[in-house]
Design a protein around this ligand. Structure first.
Ligand SMILES: Cc1cc2nc3c(=O)[nH]c(=O)nc-3n(C[C@H](O)[C@H](O)[C@H](O)COP(=O)(O)OP(=O)(O)OC[C@H]3O[C@@H](n4cnc5c(N)ncnc54)[C@H](O)[C@@H]3O)c2cc1C
Length: 487
């Protein structure tokens, strides 16, 4: 373990005093599970980092979180907050050993406010569980990630914050009224939009490098009176892209606007019960008062007729709406599924997908593209591909495709969706130089010992103390893969 002068026995004894023995794990199998997230790391890269945590700690309340963090700060032990580990950029993976702070037990609904509907929850609650419980009371959330069956509320605000419902209701951060955080020095703080030093927004999308979010209060809504889903096909992706633009800017904004290109549809059909016509696909869902939903659906009908697209069958619409929680079903085709993600201006969507298709030709690998319109003028694009983590050289070079996909989006005026470990050299591009400099200053001030989720976001720092040089990212991966085969 880095930077500490503490034996494992002492560590265990200190942590037991805080959370109790049953909430600490040093089990090798568990430690190995917590040494990665949803994207298996190429083996040569894993050698550059100390990905095995010394222990996994599961606090049950904010006071325990604060005591663990305070202890880690005093003993200079790295601490990595973890929700459900569903993210794929290495954010919840320890890269300098230390403690993984598993927030799974912080999963209570603290209060439901019915007048201006909102809810206060602990950060480790899983979206689907929250949604099911709210549903019983006649409420639902405004937006949620497609990973809702497994990912946590705290994990979403710490990462992207865009998903289903974002087009209509905006970024998740805009729905949050209050945040409770534990600072890297172990102080419990309640923040609102008026808070200064720390500001609430600093914790949005900063992936656990500035502190641990322990609870959130955010807006919810009454369950919608009506939901309607329509979908269409087109042989041209450009037609789909143009329709997405006009539907997103309509008077009635869809709750969800989703698209898949032909390659993704082909992959999906191999594992799906309901087959879709193998063309480019667009799905629009409208939610709200019945009259509004009807106006939305009528507009969809007008636009689709103008575009001479083909209407999808009703069972396809129903199935694809139900499948919204299952975007990675094609991972069954395995052995390994990887994805590159980027947010692009909606009017550059077609060009972005075109660029990704060139990559497909260049590397002879099938890249399926899907995504969501997340605001009136931007879309989140995910390009997925199947690979095999057991084939080191091939896997390592294909892992680097994640960067190529991001670069294509950036050339179209887009920005990376997340940073984590693998995209750390894009952080200034994502946040803008000025705000990124502010975050660096905040990091130094709040976390002077650099214990909170160290070695990522600001730089991909290896166990040897040097960061991975951005310019040689692809090259270093390829060389590393070669070295890996020789040793
Ligand atoms: C099938 C699938 C669908 C997905 N769909 C979407 C989507 O629609 N939109 C989207 O944005 N992402 C999506 N993702 C990515 C991922 O699920 C989300 O980013 C999710 O919100 C992460 O939550 P988590 O609880 O798994 O966080 P983790 O993966 O555990 O952590 C992610 C990062 O946040 C930090 N973190 C987690 N909890 C806290 C906390 N309480 N305090 C401080 N830091 C914390 C971690 O340190 C880490 O850096 C998807 C992933 C999959 C596999």
């Amino acid at each position: 373990m880095s930077n500490t002068y503490i034996t494992m026995d002492e560590l265990f004894a200190h942590l037991s005093n805080i959370v109790g023995e049953e909430d600490i794990s040093e089990d090798p199998l568990e430690k190995s599970l917590y040494s990665h997230d949803t994207a298996p790391i190429p083996s040569f890269l894993s050698k550059l980092f100390n990905m095995q945590p010394a222990a996994i700690v599961r606090p049950e309340n904010v006071q325990e979180v604060a005591k663990v963090v305070e202890f880690a700060f005093h003993r200079r032990i790295p601490i990595v907050p973890r929700g459900a580990g569903t993210w794929a950029l290495g954010g919840s993976v320890p890269v300098k050993g230390g403690l993984v702070l598993d927030l799974v037990k912080l999963n209570r609904i603290k209060k439901l406010y019915s007048d201006e509907p909102s809810v206060e929850v602990e950060a480790g609650i899983v979206w689907k569980r929250l949604m099911d419980q709210l549903s019983g009371e006649g409420y639902t959330v405004l937006s949620y990630p497609t990973s809702a069956p497994s990912s946590t509320v705290g994990g979403w605000i710490s990462t992207g914050g865009y998903g289903i419902g974002s087009l209509k209701f905006g970024y998740f951060g805009e729905q949050i009224a209050e945040l409770e955080v534990v600072s890297p020095q172990g102080r419990i703080q309640r923040l609102t939009s008026g808070s200064e030093e720390p500001e609430m927004k600093w914790f949005f999308g900063t992936e656990g490098v500035l502190g641990v979010i322990t609870s959130l209060k955010f807006k919810i809504r009454r369950k919608p009176e009506k939901t309607a889903v329509c979908a269409l096909y087109s042989s041209e992706f450009e037609t789909v892209a143009n329709l997405l633009s006009s539907l997103a800017k309509a008077e009635v904004v869809p709750y969800l606007l989703k698209f898949m290109d032909r390659e993704l549809v082909e992959l999906k059909n191999q594992v799906s019960r309901v087959k879709i016509r193998e063309e480019n696909f667009l799905l629009a869902a409208y939610e709200g008062p019945a009259s509004e939903v009807t106006r939305g659906v009528n507009y969809f009908g007008e636009e689709f007729r103008k575009a001479k697209a083909k209407l999808a069958e009703e069972n396809v619409c129903t199935h694809e709406w139900e499948e919204r929680f299952n975007p990675m079903r094609i991972s069954r085709l395995g052995p390994t599924l990887l994805a590159g993600e980027v947010v692009v201006p909606l009017n550059r969507l077609s060009a972005t997908v075109g660029g990704i298709k060139l990559l497909q030709k260049k590397y002879g690998i099938k890249l399926g593209v899907e995504g969501y319109v997340v605001s009136r003028d931007s879309a989140l694009v995910m390009a997925v591909f199947l690979t095999d983590e057991r084939k080191t050289l091939k896997y390592t070079t294909q892992f680097a495709l994640i960067k190529d996909i991001t670069d294509i989006g950036l050339r179209q005026g887009g920005s990376p969706y997340g940073i984590g470990l693998w995209n750390s050299f894009y952080a200034a591009e994502k946040y803008g130089t000025e705000y990124f400099e502010e975050l660096k200053r905040v990091k130094k001030k709040l976390d002077p010992r650099g214990i909170m989720n160290p070695g990522k976001f600001f730089e991909a720092s290896t166990r040897f103390g040097f960061p991975i040089p951005p310019r040689f990212y692809r090259l270093s991966m390829a060389v590393g893969a070669l070295v890996n085969r020789l040793i």
